[in-house]
Design a binder for this molecule. Structure first.
Ligand SMILES: [Zn+2]
Length: 410
């Protein structure tokens, strides 16, 4: 496994390029300093260059310079493993070569959806990755759409190398995997990660557990020597077998467990408590929940097959939460006691329950200073102890909001 670097700037002056084989190069691109990054790669052949994922615009012009250092041949193809911005937004840098741009057909509707909901996406990315896509440092370029799409598979040859593209679903519905048999190398996009798969995201659209496992089985059947993924490059057969094997087992376990529980008439709330990972998967260093997490994955599988109803009649047409909070708050009639209860829960390590307890007040009066002060303490503790980037950044976002509010109201 190539060593993963931390602390790399999202706006580097120079790239640290890995030579994976005589013709394959890859570079780690960071958008977030800690955990959010993607690999961009390129394959140099006698007849031209194939770029597989272009990274963000902040690095793709540097990739162009790296390519020019090694060959005077043009970039003839750009392949998107999927339409997430960190894999596809850098394409503009290669347009002077007038490349063919290949992607799965579902990528078109992804780009259109991103354009349609651009403001929503900007807003949630500030929470999810604590990064402002609208910041002045982020170059603004529109998506560059593929020149060609395919449905199941696509193959071309360039400079004596075969590029076999096949479709897979998982982290997105538009993934392309690229197999170069002459190099025994496979490019998996974000379907291969060396951490808990990004099977669920509280802010985003559906992910696909079962199809993801199938795509990984197809990768294993190729018997690759090198596997390049979203956050990892695996360079031994043993490691590929280990990481993919554990990912497949996890995906199938979660898929089967959620579907079985739904068929048994259990509610989402219940199964989120009940479905725990088998200990060997829970402890695996390849499945650390540093980006997504078990709960998000369970919600996501549930969302695919089931609705929001939780088998309680009161959940069918729920009133806004502030109304029940108002009733409970009125019955208690003592806000200080509610804040004290939250403080006690926090001291006992029940941080989520402490947050929900404060909501009895905050759902009806968001500007109640003692509750906001207490919430800030809970969020600090959550932020300090949570290793999952998506939830940790969410705590941070609201922690900063509370801090700003309290500075104004002290
Ligand atoms: Zn992705």
């Amino acid at each position: 496994m190539l060593e993963r670097k931390t602390g790399i700037s999202a706006f580097p002056d120079k790239l640290d390029v890995y030579r994976l084989t005589d013709s394959i190069r890859t570079v780690q691109c960071n958008l977030h300093q800690e955990a959010h990054y993607a690999y961009a790669s390129w394959v140099i052949t006698d007849d031209g260059v194939v770029v597989i994922d272009t990274g963000e615009p902040s690095i793709s012009s540097l990739i162009n310079e790296e390519i020019a250092r090694e060959t005077d041949k043009p970039v003839k193809y750009v392949i998107y493993t999927h339409g997430h911005a960190d894999h596809s937004r850098g394409t503009y840098a290669f347009m002077k070569h007038n490349p063919r741009i290949i992607a799965h057909e579902n990528l078109i509707s992804r780009f259109k959806r991103h354009e349609l909901t651009a403001e929503y996406i900007n807003r949630i990315m500030k929470i999810q990755i604590h990064f402002d896509l609208q910041s002045e440092r982020m170059p603004k370029y529109p998506f560059i759409y593929p020149t060609e799409t395919y449905t199941n598979e696509y193959e071309f040859r360039l400079g004596g190398k075969t590029f076999y593209l096949f479709h897979g679903k998982g982290e997105t519905d538009d993934h392309t995997l690229v197999w170069i048999p002459e190099e025994k190398a496979v490019f998996c996009g974000d379907l291969l990660e060396a951490s808990f798969p990004n099977l669920g995201n509280p802010f985003k659209v559906q992910r696909y557990a079962e199809e993801w496992a199938v795509a990984m089985e197809r990768v294993l059947a190729l018997d690759p020597d090198i596997a390049i993924g979203g956050d990892v490059v695996l360079i031994t057969k043993e490691k590929i077998l280990e990481v993919l094997g554990e990912n497949i087992e996890l995906l199938r376990f979660l898929q089967d467990s959620v579907v079985k529980a739904a068929n048994e008439g259990k509610s989402l709330e219940q199964i989120t408590e009940e479905i725990q990972l088998p200990p060997h998967l829970e402890k695996s260093p390849n499945l650390r929940q540093i980006y997504s997490r078990r709960e998000f994955a369970i919600y996501n599988i549930w969302k695919r097959y089931c609705g929001y109803f939780d088998f309680s009649p009161s959940s069918l047409l729920p009133r806004p939460k502030k109304e029940l909070s108002g009733v409970v708050r009125g019955l208690i009639g003592n806000d200080e006691a509610i804040v004290r209860a939250a403080k006690k829960l926090m001291a006992d390590g029940q941080l989520q329950l402490a947050l929900e307890t404060l909501d009895i007040i905050l759902k009806t009066d968001y500007e109640y200073v003692p509750a906001r002060r207490e919430r800030m303490e809970i969020l600090k503790k959550l932020f300090d102890t949570d290793i999952c980037l998506m939830s940790r950044n969410t705590w941070l976002y609201y922690l900063e909001e509370d801090k700003r509010f309290l500075e104004q109201h002290s």
